[in-house]
Design a protein around this ligand. Structure first.
Ligand code: 6PG
Length: 466
């Protein structure tokens, strides 16, 4: 076939279409494929018709013709639902591909599945890149943040496309960078989402706190004001818009059922933290807050059975709340980056935290002014707690968080993420914990042994407690 395309995209769902347009818009010749099953027969033809001004896109419903239309070694981005559908697709693709082709999975796949797929395809000399892509539909079209993991040489072959479509950081560099081997790109994207869950939950908690004495419009004004300063973030910005959206005379947010959904990456992050042994209390609390919200009928029933104190409609100082918010965000980001750092050590990925923060400064859901600060911080350290001025800030703002917690307790508001931030900070800065008693209990019922403070740590003791 003459005039083969430089790049291919499989899957014209919302994200696939937006990425395809972004790629073609950057001047790359492109082949796109979508299956022609019931209900999807016209996806490719409609896409071509809607974008008939883009002469560099060819569309296919035949997989073999699609594969044949791409220059070798082929570079193909798959944008379909993560999970078994992807494995089924790989089985169809495999006999059609040639050695050295590069297949990129741009979905939210689990990093261990990415490693398995990569090993499987390696046996056939097919290169596999697991790329986390953040930014939603808008980001995909205008410039997402991209986190590709796999072999460096395969990345270098597709970098020209991925870097051209990515968002740009404040210095004009693409928010796409080689992350590391195996499933590290998907791991990093998973942690991005874990941080995202906790950031969203913190804003939701503040919304509930402020709703005690403020209207949606007034809360929007507060968030809008904060968004001009050091608290600014994409999530705060969209929340301002959400709070102002009206449907006839009502605020739309007041009409939305308070049951939060989740697709899995938040709980995967929490599970990874549990497995690796990193205390990621904030993403954990955020995942569980969503789960509690999903028990709507039980909440409705029980809410009628508990004795309610009257809201006192006392106001909390906005300055105090913003300080507590800053404190909780530092803890959240540090926990997220610690999870990445520990995974990097465990799997020998040699991940660069500063570069990951840079990739997250634009295009993604957790972009913020804080992220720009973190690029600098992680240049010299792998933990924010090594930075004396951050410790000083946390120390100073500790009182603000305890004020917020007193406030939520007296107003009967659940604020699991502010509490998680506070408890983590108190725990990690307390020299003498209660774990001596835990060790005694373990030894009492299970002869698990313990260390003593007056003996070397390689000596283990057991007591006959009875
Ligand atoms: C992004 C988002 C995106 C998405 C996830 C999380 O970075 O663009 O994180 O990946 O919003 O699907 O979704 P849930 O909240 O449904 O788990």
């Amino acid at each position: 076939m003459k005039n083969r395309s430089f790049f291919g995209v499989i899957g014209l769902g919302v994200m696939g279409k937006s990425l395809a347009l972004n790629i073609a818009g950057k001047g790359h010749t492109l082949s796109v494929y979508n299956r022609s099953v019931k209900g999807e027969e016209a996806v490719v033809s409609d896409f071509l018709e809607e974008n008939n001004d883009m002469q560099n896109i060819k569309g296919f419903v035949s997989m073999s013709k699609f594969i044949d239309s791409i220059q070798t070694p082929r570079k193909i981005l798959i944008m379909i639902k993560a999970g078994t559908a992807l494995d089924d697709l790989i089985k169809v693709l495999l006999p059609l591909l040639s050695a050295n082709d590069i297949v990129i999975d741009g979905g939210n796949s689990h990093y261990l599945d990415t490693k398995k797929r990569s090993d499987f395809l390696k046996a056939y000399n097919i290169n596999f890149i697991g790329a986390g892509i953040s930014g939603g539909q808008e980001g995909a079209k205008k410039g997402p943040s991209i986190m590709p993991g796999g072999s460096r040489s395969s990345y270098e072959n597709v970098a020209v496309v991925l870097e051209s479509i990515a968002a740009k950081d404040k210095n004009g560099k693409p928010c796409c960078s080689y992350i590391g081997p195996d499933g590290s790109g998907h791991f990093v994207k998973m942690v991005h989402n874990g941080i995202e869950y906790a950031e969203m939950q913190l804003i939701a908690e503040m919304y509930q706190i402020l709703s005690v004495f403020m209207s949606n419009e007034d809360i929007a004004k507060v968030f809008e004001f904060w968004n001009k300063g050091e608290s600014s973030s994409y999530l705060l910005e969209i929340t301002t818009n959400i709070l102002r959206k009206k449907e006839k005379d009502s605020y739309l947010v007041d009409l939305i059922l308070d049951k939060a959904g989740s697709k899995g990456t938040g709980s995967w992050s929490s599970k990874a933290a549990l497995d690796i042994g990193v205390p990621n209390t904030m993403m954990n609390a955020a995942v569980f807050a969503r789960y509690i919200s999903s028990y709507k009928s039980l909440r409705k029933l029980l809410s009628k059975q508990v004795k309610r104190r009257q809201y006192r409609r006392v106001e909390i100082s906005l300055a105090v709340l913003e300080k507590a918010y800053y404190f909780a965000r530092i803890i959240n980001h540090n926990q997220g980056f610690q999870l990445i750092e520990q995974a990097s050590l465990k799997y020998q990925w040699e991940l660069n935290l500063s570069e990951i923060a840079r990739v997250w400064t634009n295009g993604c859901i957790i972009k913020s002014s804080l992220m720009n600060e973190l690029v600098r911080n992680f240049n010299t350290t792998t933990s924010l707690f090594d930075n004396r001025s951050i410790i000083k800030d946390l120390n100073v703002n500790e009182d603000a968080v305890s004020e917020v917690i007193k406030y939520v307790v007296s107003n009967r508001i659940a604020a699991p993420n502010f509490c998680a931030a506070y408890n983590y900070w108190i725990g990690i800065t307390t020299n003498q914990s209660s774990a001596n008693l835990i060790q005694a209990q373990r030894d009492y019922f299970g002869a698990h042994t313990y260390n003593r403070i007056d003996a070397p740590l390689d000596v283990f003791f057991h007591t006959n407690w009875k």
